[in-house]
Design a protein around this ligand. Structure first.
Ligand SMILES: Cc1cc2nc3c(=O)[nH]c(=O)nc-3n(C[C@H](O)[C@H](O)[C@H](O)COP(=O)(O)O)c2cc1C
Length: 374
């Protein structure tokens, strides 16, 4: 069985591979009359685009998105809007260098998916890793740009909070800083240190992992479909679906195991506006699989890039033991470009659950206190 589609009402199907002619996606379920042009999508793709600093792959892909279908001019406003039909998006691949991969044609890169693709399919597009390459994630970012337009008041932002062993100082967290350094790091001082650290890793022919945090603000309370469509469950699946992700946390995540019940309980008081105020957010904005109205906080761990210059022992397709040193253009820390991808996946899941909530219950639920029940 193939599985190239995710989402229930906001459905995204991607196609294409690293060294094919193009990559693309079809976004189905976007409500009609949503303003949408290429200019709404391009800035997010520009954030993920390779070759923008010495700290990411030097593959030069302009990643110019084209909308092929699903939009029309609104006669009332003259603006281009969605029509409610499938939105097809495409990006041409322009900078493939397939010869870089001739060495891995018959060898399996340890840590990469070469082996399992070959085991499963019996055929493998070794050029740039084919479909196993994160080139495909450009289309998730494009779909995420559409998703962001669906939920009113939603802001989804991501940041790199750890590179290798080096964590940021959360006291220095500044969202504006994320846009100012090549690592999407919210801690200016740590970002400076990452420069020499990652230069050193790259020069040694090695790679490192990272932890990314994504925070979604303006998520209405009530999103999530217990019990098999919990918001946290779907977020975990979406983030785990990103290449090289080996762990996902929501809120306090694994650290919750070391907290006491008192520390972990997000106490509730009443605000003057009749809305509840949570005094902390260990839950990461989700209880029982349903959003509380607090920011939704997710974290994911990205493993170090498997394609490294330093030789590793492996086997080939013919069963011979050998070594492999991967040349070609690779990110020394794939976690950096995973930041906009994580944001996009979170936006898609929240948009999907927003539409599901609307389908089942109409607009967002009213706070229990507003029901005037005694
Ligand atoms: C933005 C991004 C870029 C990536 N670039 C590379 C790369 O240049 N070289 C590489 O070996 N892996 C790269 N990866 C990781 C592989 O795609 C991934 O490890 C591989 O498909 C195996 O899947 P798995 O790690 O999820 O098991 C990248 C991942 C992301 C998120």
């Amino acid at each position: 069985m193939s599985f190239n589609t995710f989402g229930h009402l906001f459905r995204v199907t991607t196609f294409g591979e690293s060294h094919g002619a193009a990559i693309g996606c079809v976004v189905d379920g976007c409500p009609p009359r949503t303003p949408l042009t290429e200019a709404d999508i391009q800035p997010y793709l520009d954030k993920r685009r390779p070759g923008q600093s010495r700290f990411t792959t030097q593959r030069q892909e302009p990643d110019q998105v084209k909308i092929l279908s699903g939009v029309f001019t609104d006669p009332a406003t003259g603006a281009q809007v969605t029509t409610g039909t499938p939105i097809a998006l495409v990006i041409d691949n322009v900078d493939q260098r397939s010869k870089d991969y001739s060495d891995i044609k018959n060898k399996y890169r340890p840590g990469h998916a070469d082996f399992t693709y070959d085991v499963k399919y019996g055929i493998r597009d070794y050029r740039g890793g084919g479909r196993q390459s994160a080139r495909e994630t450009a289309m998730r970012v494009a779909a995420g740009a559409i998703a962001r337009k669906i939920v009113p008041g939603l802001t989804v932002r991501g940041a790199l909070v750890q590179m290798g062993e080096h964590k940021i100082d959360r006291a220095r967290w500044d969202w504006d800083e994320v846009e100012r350094n090549p690592f999407f790091c919210p801690d200016a001082q740590q970002a400076k240190r990452y420069e020499s650290y990652l230069d050193n890793v790259r020069k040694r022919g090695s790679s490192v992992g990272a932890v990314i945090e994504v925070v979604a603000e303006g998520v209405p309370p009530g999103l999530g479909a217990p019990i098999y469509g919990k918001l946290d469950g779907d977020l975990a699946a979406a983030l785990m679906g990103i290449n090289a992700v080996k762990g996902v946390e929501i809120g306090a995540g694994f650290a919750a195991a070391a907290l006491s019940g008192e520390e972990n309980a997000d106490e509730i008081r009443m605000g003057n506006d009749g809305k509840p105020i949570f005094l902390s957010n260990q839950a990461g904005g989700i209880l029982g699989g349903i959003s509380t109205g607090q920011p939704v906080v997710c974290r994911f761990a990205v493993k170090p890039t498997s394609s490294i210059l330093n030789p590793r022992r492996t086997v080939d397709r013919f069963g011979s033991e050998t070594e492999i040193a991967t040349k070609g253009r690779h990110d020394p820390c794939v976690g950096i470009r995973a930041v906009p991808i994580g944001e996009a996946m979170v936006a898609c899941v929240i948009a999907d659950h927003y539409l599901r909530q609307r389908a089942q219950l109409g607009e967002s639920p009213v706070w229990p206190f507003a029901r005037n029940e005694k």
